[in-house]
Every structure is written in structure tokens, then in C-alpha cells.
Design a protein around this ligand. Sequence first.
Ligand code: PMP
Length: 437
Amino acid sequence: YGEKPDIVREKSAELYEKAKQYFPGGVNSPVRAFKSVFGTPLFIEKGDGCRLWDADGNEFIDFCCSWGPLILGHNHPKIREKVIEVMQNGMSFGAPTSLETELAELIVKNNQFLEKIRFTSSGTEAVMSAIRLARGATKRDKIIKFEGCYHGHSDSLLVKAGSGLVTFGETSSAGIPKAFADDTIVVSLNDKNALKEAFSQFKDQIACVIIEPVPANNGLLLQDKDYLEYVRSICTENGALLIFDEVISGFRVGFEGAAGYYQIQPDIITYGKIIGGGLPVGAYGGSSEIMSNISPEGSVYQAGTLSGNPVAMAAGIAQLTELAKSGFYKELNNKTEEFTASIQRYAASKNYKFKVFTIGSIFWFAFTDMEKVQTSEAIDPASMDKFKSMHRELLNRGIYFGPSGYEVGFISAAHSKMDLEKAKRAIFDCLDIVFKN
Ligand code: PMP
């Protein structure tokens, strides 16, 4: 018990110095730089099951899981074997393969909210294409997004977004032409009136409303079902399309994602992360009618040299095959519920100003006493100091969280009860330290 010495970071520090010569900030994606926590990143060497090892040989139980894709844990043998099998025949053809159809079939046959999909190489591309599709199908330009929802880094969507932007205290990116930002209308989550006003102010101009139905990039801002139903109905009334960005929630809160969880039919759904089993994949889909607007059937253009890449498809097929098995989500979600409830009980017993929000196998630690946190404005930026010290204490006890208090944690099927028990004890100790200081 008590504060522990910092883990050794010599090799990581060396690797970081070298990386800084070649990459801005030494990284290829901003949050990885650990800028808002320890200040220098850990370089990872290996992952297996729920565990990670860094370059200095430190071992961690991983609750970041590559930011969500690894729902079966690291280096899952079924995924690895399938990828190796497929790779024996070559790695990219730029031509159709049966693997694409196999993965699409797995997704569509088990999901009543979709009829056709198109694969991309990232979540960003999937969302960017979905927006273009909505604009093309409705022949309207404006879009509505919500403050704190992150939808990847395409121009129209980097306005009041969460994720790395909020982590670094800037919610919109530089380099977005004013004309793009003007077509992106941003409203607060959980505010029916704001949405209604936006629709009346821009009558017949709104192509789509895009939302993370499980907003998970600016804390976990769980919305009421009633609110999401309102979002659905106001879109329908105004001839705007509803896009559910399920890059995180898809195949995470259940096989049918948030659409299935809330039983709400969006017009377009975007996916990423889990469907690639750890390889770069994204997808967007909807009814056959809406998807018929996509080239070469329709006039909305979208393409990709590596779209539907066979190696990535193989990983997706292997992973989704496991997820489609009966009982998979029940077990994973129960395990998560037990874990988070017991942390919540501990914090409550000590009167700590701390809440754990959770859905499916996603969870978020919030340094607050609010019963619900449903808007980005409800998060006190000062509470991130607590996360910062907690993050360091966790690493020192072999527990790896994503390096930002605005990001959520994930539990995988590879986290055993024993791993979770061990992690819980470390978390209790860290809470004691953070709230003592
Ligand atoms: N949408 C959501 C909801 C996301 O969480 C993310 C990534 N975290 C993206 C889109 C972008 O996906 P990618 O990083 O694969 O481009």
C-alpha cells in the first residue's frame, strides 16, 4: 500500500527521443504521446491476452485494448491463425475476394439494422463517406453533430469534437476551412430544444444528424433512450438522415451495437475498430436503397486501394465469428458490470467524489459526484488532474489505461476474473492515494 516508485522507462525514453526526430510529437496519433499524463509515452513491445509489455519489460493488465478493437484480447490465436492462413496467398489484390463477402455476410445476417455495407480502411473514412452519402442522397449540405462527439479527423467533423482534441484542451482543429465549419452545426447532447431550434433555423438544409449513440470520446456521456428516440423522430420529420457512428459501440455493446441496444433504426451506421480484429478496417452501411447511391451503382463516389484488404477481412471474420457465438456478450458484460459495480461500491464506502459509468464492456472513471454525466460541459476540466495522478499510480501497479481522462476503458474476453480482481485491488489503492492528496 502507499505510493510506489515509478516504473523504469529508460528504453521507452530512448525510443521516444528517436521517434521525435521523425514524427511530429514523436507519434503517429496525438493521444499516444502521453502529453496530458506522464509526459512521455510507453513504447509497447508485445501484447498477449489482456496483457501488454513495454520496451523496458514492464507488464500491464491492459484496459485500453488498442482503443477498443481487441474485444478478444491481444494476439488471439484464432485471429492470428486465420490471418497467417490468408497471408500465404498474398496480401492485396485491389480486386474482389470472397473474404469481403464472407465478412459482410457475418455482419449483415446477424444485424437487422443493415442491408448493405461498404468497407473502408479506417473509422474516419467510414464516417467521412457516410456524410458524403447523406449529402448526396438528400441533396443538402448542412450536417448536425453534437458537442463532444468524435467522428474521426475529416474536415467537417473536427468541430467541437472530443478524443485527442479535448484531451489537449482544444475542441476544434486548425486548418478547417470556414466554409466547412459553417456547414457543421454543433448542438449539446441531451438537449431536445437545441436540436429543434437547429432544425427550424436551417429548415430543409440539414442532410443528416450524426451522433455516437454511446458517446465515448469525451468521457462516457450515456444518453437516455427517450432522447435518442427524439433524435430519430426529428430527423424523420425533417427529411434528414440519422447516422449512428458506431465505431466504438458497434459489436461492443452487443452484436447489433447501439442500434440493437436501444432498438432504434438509423439510416446509416458506421463501424471500425472491432470489425477489423486489430487490423485497419472501417465500414458504413444502411438499407439497399440508401446504399444504392454509392458508386458504381450511384453517383456518390468513394473508393480505396486497400478497402476490403484480404488480411484485414480475415482478422475481422475470425473475430466476429467468436462474437456471434451465443452467450458471448452476456458473459463479457456481466464481468464488466461486476468489476465496475465493485469499484463504485468501494468509492462510495469511502465517500470519494468518483463515479464509474458503464455500458456493455465499456467503462469510464469520472471524478464527480453527479449521478449522470450527459454533456461534455458537465465534465470539470480540473478533475483531469486527479486522472493524471491516478494514471501514473495505475501504471506503477501494472495497470494500463489509455493516457487521457476523457477516454473510456474496455474489458475484453481475455480479462479473467483473477485479472480483474488484481486490477480492482490496484484501483482501490490508487483511489486512496488520489483522494488523500
Ligand atoms: N468515430 C468514433 C466514434 C471513434 O471513436 C473513432 C476513433 N476513436 C472514429 C470515428 C475514427 O476512427 P479511426 O481512428 O479508425 O479513423
